[in-house]
Write a protein that binds this ligand. Sequence first.
Ligand code: UD1
Length: 428
Amino acid sequence: MDRIRIRGGNRLVGDIPISGAKNAALPLMVASLLTEEPLVLANVPHLADIAQMAEILGLLGVSIEQNGTASSAGAPGRTLTLTAKTIAQTTAPYDLVRKMRASFFVLGPLLARAGHAKVSLPGGCAIGPRPVDFHIQGLEALGARITLEDGYVIAEAPGGLKGGRYRFPHVSVGATENVMMAATLAKGTTVLENAALEPEIADLGACLIAMGAEIEGLGTRTLTIAGKPRLHGARHTVLPDRIETGTYAFAVAAAGGEVELIGARADTVGAIIPLLRSAGVSIGETNRGIKVARNGAHFTGFEVTTEPYPGFPTDLQAQLMALAATANGVSHITETIFENRFMHVPELTRLGAKIHVDGQSATVTGVQALHGAPVMATDLRASVGLVIAGLVAEGETIVSRIYHLDRGFEHIEEKLGRCGADIVRLKD
Ligand code: UD1
């Protein structure tokens, strides 16, 4: 298994191109199931999760053509053309779905297009139980009959889905996407209340509208979807990844230096910009993206609670903790979205961080310096938190199990390396 070796202490100076958002690209790829015509997606990142979704969609009958190559950190994202002329099968098996939770998003579109679907209960990062009850209840509100059998969700809507009203009990990104996609092909109008506001929802909504869907309220908590008998092909460009943007912004804040994040969109990063500014880091919009700088002056600690967008994202919590490890003063970080999302804490402690966890809250007392050590990635976002800590730590840090990292961060060692970080991938 590949590992990453980092020799810490270098400042980061230069620019980093921000890739298309993984969490937008995955549901956008699934939207191809809603039409027999080609859906062309530009700026799709080169990631293991994208390849995994392509494999699942291929099994369901989607043909996928790919243009553009992934040769360097500056390469533009791929363009994928996805065509679901016919649905070849309506079962998404355990072996494929268990590897990635987003595979569960095929349930709604398959059901809407084919009238039935059988999808394994999902897997994904080991960051808590992550149920799918809102996905199921939302589809039931559209008239689906759903049973659970041997680890599979079996959904039937023989006469097609019908418009309905559903209020998500808590904000869920995936359930909003799944039910919104299904509703585009239902008979009549669907109203979804307490919908997620994450920018990836609006990106998916814009693509569905380009495919002929009628959706009102994108960017608000209430979505009104007038179902159509069919959707058609379209072309859509995936929005830049706000989690990758925040990750590199935190890396620069931690290591010091000055980096422009090319293509990053300030209007999608929510709480990040005010948070870094209040800690004493310079961050602002440029005509090419976002520039982050910390020259000399140190930064202070953070009081942060993870929340649905526009609050602070759970997907940046591990990275923030790595940054807080060397802040001036004490930080309090509370995780409210996922249980069990502090698995990076023991690994950061190995590097010398002082962290005390009490339930869902962590108190981080900033230390003068971290010290390199071998550490192990436990999930996607935790792994990149360890990379940030390694950039700051004195000496050598080896991060193992980086297959987690490859699920969601494209060319990370090249992107950081071109800004002066001493980071290499060790092939086993
Ligand atoms: C998406 C993101 C993931 C991010 C998360 C929260 C993708 C592919 N993944 O995951 O990177 O960490 O949003 O921002 O976009 N819940 C239920 N029942 C449900 C669905 C969710 O109880 O049916 C709970 C979850 O356990 C969790 C919370 O709702 O506590 C939010 O989860 P959700 O927004 O659904 O996360 P995902 O869509 O899986």
